[in-house]
Design a protein around this ligand. Structure first.
Ligand code: ADP
Ligand code: MG
Length: 539
């Protein structure tokens, strides 16, 4: 049948669309980048799928993206020869938002103080296809999935519902037609039916796209892979646009790393450290930000073989010259050369961060605030780079914010260990009776309140030869003898019996100065926070 069905957007999609329709974001030009990026992805997917499935009946000649303008009808169409979508795919991919963190993002948006704050939030999220509704009051999409007979037509004004119907004669790929809102200087709406406007937007945001973007007979983009160009010839602004294309972030990256490996295994890498953590940094399981290319041809997203989990926030591209285009994730994981590349990339990222720390403490502080928790995971997973990671660590202590190096520099004469205490909050730790004797002696104590702190501090034995020592566990040797006063023996025996169900031992301590008693864990016991964590996980 060719009947038209009206369906509702998923609630979260509806909310996001509302934000687009009411245009809270000031840079409207980027809608085109989003559409072109989808088209480019679709062409890449088609090539990959035709390689996997030799029987797939598809057209692979002249993959390209065409932009069509109709000044009279005031429409702009972005057409591609990519993989297209089936009817069900259109409904689920365009009608819902599968991205994790959407609900959190929308909540944060509602609570945002002002327009600038909400722009920042939406910029971190990456709205993709829905950006069309910033510049159009109606959007039509016609698509046919490669290998399928019939096509699908989707249309919406961005308010609550969309219409979907079958079309008999759609070409393979996708065409998105925007019915443009009138140009409005005040609202930053340029005339998107104007050729010169479109030419300059494509040049600015999508020059490096690997497939031709055409306006009539003219190809608008240079298609030069940025990573393959010499560093000296690339402007930072070009790196920034490329980063935004890759990451869907609307903010410039904090650091750009462009490197080349020569010799038996040649590769180019272009990596970015974002300025801000994405919403789903701690939700999305294990997805890495690095794409693999082989000689300019896109192979895969989220290449886990090239970046460890704890550096999942690093975005970028690695183009390896000597791999097969058919390479699988499994084979990559075992490839010795790839492991060498990965080790080099990790080292380079970490030294870049160390340089940043030395050069610009406040910028590094920003980085640490966003990604510090992820780096701490590296203290557990990446023993090769543990020393570097310990140098990168920023912690709070009774002295203030500090690095371990600074802590060691302030260590007291005769102090041999790095004292720490873990707990739920700073005030809880500072007011703990365990703190008394240390404070009395003027020893500095690390105040570790992040749940992951509990874990690394147990597993990392030492920094710079100084062991980490919990002040809440076992015996803390502060250089003074444990008090010996036999007159307390009867009291200790009595207390030991009375509390036998609750404690292992009652002993005299030199660690208290004003509190009469405190409970300490055995040196190898779990801390209360860890116990709580495990209990919460049902263990
Ligand atoms: P994202 O690109 O981040 O996934 P979008 O909102 O831009 O988010 O697009 C949502 C999904 O819709 C894409 O992941 C893709 O599966 C599908 N899609 C969008 N545009 C196209 C297109 N031109 N061809 C094929 N699929 C598309
Ligand atoms: Mg997209």
């Amino acid at each position: 049948s060719t009947g038209v069905e009206t369906l509702e957007f998923q609630a979260e999609a509806r909310q996001l669309l509302q934000l687009m329709v009411h245009s809270i974001y000031s840079n409207k030009d980027i809608f085109l980048r989003e559409l072109i990026s989808n088209s480019s992805d679709a062409i890449d997917k088609l090539r990959l799928e035709s390689m996997r499935d030799k029987d797939l009946k598809v057209s692979l000649d002249d993959p390209h993206i065409a932009i069509e303008l109709d000044a009279e009808a005031r429409t702009l169409t972005v057409r591609d020869t990519g993989i297209g979508m089936s009817r069900d795919e259109v409904v689920s991919l365009i009608g819902t938002i599968a991205k994790s963190g959407t609900a959190e993002m929308l909540k944060a948006m509602r609570e945002a103080k002002d327009a600038a704050a909400s722009q920042e939030l939406i910029g971190q999220f990456g709205v993709g296809f829905y950006a069309s509704f910033m510049v159009a009051d109606r959007v039509t999409l016609v698509t046919r999935r490669a290998g399928e007979e019939g096509g699908t037509r989707w249309e919406s004004a961005g308010e609550g519902t969309f219409e979907i119907s079958e079309v008999a004669d759609a070409p393979q790929g996708t065409a998105v037609t925007l019915h443009l809102k009138p140009a409005d200087a005040e609202d930053n709406l340029h005339d998107y039916a104007d050729e010169a406007t479109i030419r300059s937007i494509v040049k600015r945001y999508s020059d490096f796209i690997a497939h031709p973007i055409r306006l009539g007979d003219e190809t608008l983009n240079s298609m030069k892979a940025l990573w393959a160009r010499p560093r000296s010839e690339v402007e930072q602004s070009e790196y920034n646009e490329f980063y935004k294309h890759l990451s869907h972030d609307w903010t410039d990256p904090l650091e750009t790393i462009h490197m080349r490996g020569e010799g038996t295994f040649e590769y180019e890498a272009l990596l970015f450290v974002p300025a801000r953590a994405p919403f789903d940094l701690f939700m999305r399981e294990g997805k890495r930000g690095v794409q693999l290319y082989v000689k300019r041809v896109f192979i895969m997203d989220d290449c886990e073989a090239l970046m460890p989990q704890y550096l999942r926030f690093v975005k970028g591209v690695v183009d390896a010259h000597d791999l097969s285009l058919n390479i699988s994730r499994e084979i990559l994981q075992q490839d010795r050369q790839i492991r060498v590349v990965r080790r080099r990339l990790v080292k380079k990222v970490l030294t870049t961060l160390k340089d940043l720390q030395a050069a610009d403490a406040s910028k590094y502080g920003t980085f640490w605030g966003e990604f510090g928790r992820a780096l701490k995971e590296g203290l557990l997973d990446d023993t090769d780079n543990r020393d570097t990671l310990l140098e990168l660590l920023r912690v709070t202590s009774t002295h203030g914010d500090t690095t371990l190096k600074e802590y060691v520099e302030r260590m007291k004469e005769g102090q041999t260990e790095i004292y720490y205490m873990t707990g739920e909050s700073r005030s809880m730790i500072e007011n703990s009776p365990h703190m008394e004797a240390l404070r009395d002696k003027g020893y500095e104590v690390l105040i570790l309140t992040d749940p992951v702190d509990e874990v690394w501090v147990e597993q990392v034995p030492a920094y710079d030869g100084k062991e980490f020592k919990s002040i809440a566990k076992g015996q803390v040797d502060l250089g003074s003898d444990a008090p010996k006063d036999e007159s307390f023996d009867p009291l200790l025996t009595w207390m030991g019996t009375a509390l036998a169900d609750n404690v292992k031992e009652v002993r005299l301590s030199s660690r208290l100065t004003t509190s009469p008693a405190c409970v300490v864990g055995d040196a190898h016991d779990m801390t209360p926070t860890l116990e709580k964590m495990y209990r919460a996980m049902g263990q």
